[in-house]
Design a protein around this ligand. Structure first.
Ligand SMILES: Cc1ncc(COP(=O)(O)O)c(C=O)c1O
Length: 389
């Protein structure tokens, strides 16, 4: 009789997957042929713009690209990333040492703690948050300290509330603005505060800018716009949401040369780069950012406005997010988030995501993703409006 498999302790340390219940119900509803409106997934529904697809079709024919890619990314893509960052954020980056293409930003985020944290050190992670910050930190043997995102501070953490003894062990702080799931945004003075804090406490800041290009009125800033920020920080960017390219797996990190080199060292021992044809298609995307991304932003704004107007018409109080394609909805009547999501699915065939899945401070909210067409959003609102909550 073989011994039963016991998975590694690092996997046992991960928090329970709280979306499992809603996933199960969603699958059952779909299998039963119900007309489900899925506002649960943060995955753009529209296709990748055709200029990017044509670029891939062209470059995939090049036999040189069928071999292993360069670990540090192709020089042409790194140059395009530098030009994009200069045009969009006014920052000058050395394409050889301060830029690293990634197999999606998630890959870089998941690997970065291995480059920074030692066992027993502390990683600071927001609550609620994209779950990878916590899991990748725990994988290194570090502890995670939770920074609640305060609704009264516009979903920023209260940096002054972090105890000094935490700072003595802390090496890494994750931030994510524009924020998933809350839609919260920040400005340059907040980033300045964060950089000052990092300097004072010898911290590295990892800012996840996956939604930086999905803003509505004010362009989202880059942490690297703060003078000297790159000495203490790295910022993760993604082409996934900016160009409807989630399945392509391409993003990039920018930051100080030693931090980029350390992440590069982890990657060199882990993966073998991004398919070069995809890197050249990513270059096309970034080179055409000024024409390709504004219509994507405009679409999410139209959807957001239609959804919010509808929800307010049926009596729900929902704040207006300034960025991302998420709407962070306070649960009416103090419903726990998992119970509210279950009722919306069972009784209205509308899938949303419970706040609790993103962190224990977020049980009073559910998240709706504006990743279906406007008429479906309006229908979702009509169905929700018929519920007696
Ligand atoms: C906050 C946040 N960061 C990073 C990612 C990962 O994006 P990518 O497709 O670039 O790996 C996501 C994806 O949903 C996200 O929500």
């Amino acid at each position: 009789m073989p011994m039963p498999f016991v998975k590694a302790e690092r996997l046992q340390k991960l928090p329970p997957y709280l979306f499992a219940e809603i996933d199960k119900k969603k699958k059952a509803a779909l299998a039963a042929g119900r007309d489900v409106i899925n506002l649960g997934v943060g995955d753009p529904d529209r296709p990748t713009p055709s200029a990017i697809i044509r670029s891939l079709q062209h470059h995939v024919e090049n036999p040189a690209f069928h071999q292993y890619a360069l670990d540090q990314g192709s020089p042409e893509l790194r140059q395009s990333i530098a030009s994009f960052c200069k045009a969009r954020y006014g920052i000058d980056l050395d394409p050889n040492s301060e830029i690293l293409p990634l197999i999606g930003s998630k890959e870089g985020i998941a690997h970065f703690p291995l480059a920074v944290l030692n066992p027993g050190e502390i990683s600071l992670a927001p609550d609620p948050c994209y779950p990878v910050y916590r899991s990748s930190s725990l994988f290194t043997g570090a502890d995670v300290y939770t920074m609640p995102l305060e609704p009264s501070l516009g979903f920023r953490p209260d940096l002054e509330a972090i105890p000094n003894d935490v700072f003595t062990r802390a090496r890494l702080m994750f931030l994510n603005y524009p924020n998933n799931p809350t839609g919260g945004t920040v400005d340059l003075p907040f980033f300045q505060e964060v950089v000052d804090l990092a300097r004072a406490h010898n911290l590295v800041i990892a800012q996840d800018a996956a939604y930086n290009e999905i803003y509505f009125d004010r362009p989202a800033p880059s942490l690297l716009q703060i003078e000297g920020a790159r000495d203490v920080s790295i910022e993760f960017h993604s082409l996934s949401k900016t160009f409807n390219m989630t399945g392509w797996r391409v993003g990039f990190a920018i930051g100080g040369a030693p931090l980029i080199a350390a992440l590069g060292q982890v990657k060199a021992n882990t993966d073998s780069g991004i398919f070069t044809a995809i890197q050249f298609a990513a270059k096309t995307a970034l080179d055409q950012y000024a024409t390709l991304t504004p219509p994507i932003r405009a679409l999410y704004k139209e959807r957001r406005d239609a959804f919010l107007a509808g929800m307010r018409r049926i009596g729900w109080e929902v704040p207006t997010p300034e960025a991302t394609f998420y709407v962070w909805i306070p649960c009416p009547k103090n419903y726990p988030s998992t119970e509210l999501c279950s009722r919306l699915l069972d009784e209205a065939d509308v899938v949303t995501t419970p706040g609790l899945g993103f962190g224990r401070t977020a049980d009073g909210y559910i998240r709706a993703a504006m990743t279906v067409e406007t008429p479906r959003l309006i229908e979702a609102v009509e169905r929700i409006g018929k519920l007696a909550l």
